[in-house]
Design a protein around this ligand. Structure first.
Ligand code: ADP
Ligand code: TRP
Length: 320
């Protein structure tokens, strides 16, 4: 069985970009891969310096992922902070790689370009992420396009370590499903919480409706013919709407007669059809956070045992 590893940032409300870009893969792979999925609360510390917010975001992210269908019987699901060995491995990696190598990270360069003073933690973010990926021995890492470079960092670091100390780490590969590489937001740009253009997966019915009805379009009248490939609503239909209905909608665009408002209403229906069970499950889990903590503790125990075994081998290789 191949190993899957992925982390989720505990940094706020999830949107359908997160779902199609990352979360869905976890549930797709849980039967075929040994899966480690964790809430990256150490990484969150690079941006969140408020105790209550960090705690709340961590548990919320766990609830969200259980609601979308992560099965803790199949997936080792835990908080990153259960694995202090990650920092030991990060230190070892830090001593192998160079400052210029890390300075090429897009996430770091973007922050610097915006005039943000980077913390050492932010600079080292890709190395901690490499430890997340390499310690459990990932073959594949499902992530969105923006995280691809980080997985490449992990690969480079693994190669470097293997060259120096002998074959120890599997070379991981990012898994990015092509069709949904980038989910557009309501303004047509990449959906991202930092752009305020999201369709929230677990927002209230009103919030979801407001987001979908607010999708920006051109000003073609209902009768006019429309190119579905140029429309954000249609791009989202491709993700949300069942195939049979999609063909009909496409025809409505190409022949004219389907208004954008109507297309949005159909999209809203598709949203509820696809996500209402998850939304219900989320409400149930939120009412019982203790059960979620128990799941995380149990996953943490398993992940830690595995990490300790691996770390013993790594220490031995390095001579520590
Ligand atoms: P955001 O851009 O909203 O801050 P994050 O950076 O927290 O989202 O991303 C969490 C996960 O979801 C990552 O794997 C990321 O690549 C993926 N993701 C985020 N936005 C999108 C999107 N619009 N399309 C596809 N995947 C996305
Ligand atoms: N950096 C990832 C993000 O922002 C989260 C993450 C941390 C991660 N460690 C990871 C993803 C390891 C995959 C594998 O989404």
């Amino acid at each position: 069985m191949k190993t899957l590893v992925s982390g989720v940032q505990a940094s706020g409300k999830l949107h359908i970009g997160n779902y199609f870009g990352a979360m869905r893969q976890f549930t797709e792979f849980q039967d075929t891969h040994k899966s480690f999925v964790f809430i990256a609360n150490y990484h969150a510390l690079t941006t969140i310096h408020d105790k209550d917010t960090l705690k709340k975001n961590t548990i919320d992210a766990a609830i969200d992922h259980l609601a979308v269908g992560i099965n803790p019987e199949k997936v080792i699901f835990f908080k990153q902070t259960e694995i202090p060995e990650l920092h030991e491995l990060t230190w070892i990696f830090n001593c192998l790689i160079t400052v210029p190598f890390l300075s090429r990270a897009n996430s770091y360069k973007d922050k610097i370009a915006k005039g943000i003073e980077a913390s050492v933690g932010l600079f080292d973010y890709p190395v901690l992420m490499a430890s997340d990926i390499l310690l459990p021995g990932a073959d594949i890492v499902p992530v969105g396009q923006d995280q691809k470079q980080h997985v490449e960092y992990a690969r480079d670091i693994a190669e470097k370590f293997n060259n120096i100390f002998g074959e120890t780490f599997t070379l991981p590969e990012a898994y990015i499903p092509k069709t949904v590489a980038i989910v557009p937001g309501t303004d047509g740009q990449k959906m991202s919480k930092s752009y305020g253009n999201t369709i929230p997966l677990f927002g209230t019915d009103e919030e979801v409706q407001k987001a979908i009805m607010g999708i920006v379009t051109d000003s073609k009248s209902p009768e006019e013919k429309k190119n579905p490939e140029e429309d954000t609503i249609f791009s989202l239909h491709k993700l949300l709407t069942p195939e049979s209905k999609l063909i009909e909608i496409k025809k409505g665009y190409e022949d004219g007669g389907l208004s954008y408002a109507e297309s949005k209403k159909l999209l809203l229906e598709s949203f509820h059809l696809m996500f209402d069970d998850m939304r219900k499950r989320r409400n149930e889990l939120a009412r019982n956070p203790t059960s979620v903590e128990e799941i995380l503790a149990d996953g943490g125990k398993k992940a830690r045992e595995h990490a300790q075994e691996r770390m013993a081998i790594i220490r031995e290789r390095v001579g520590l």
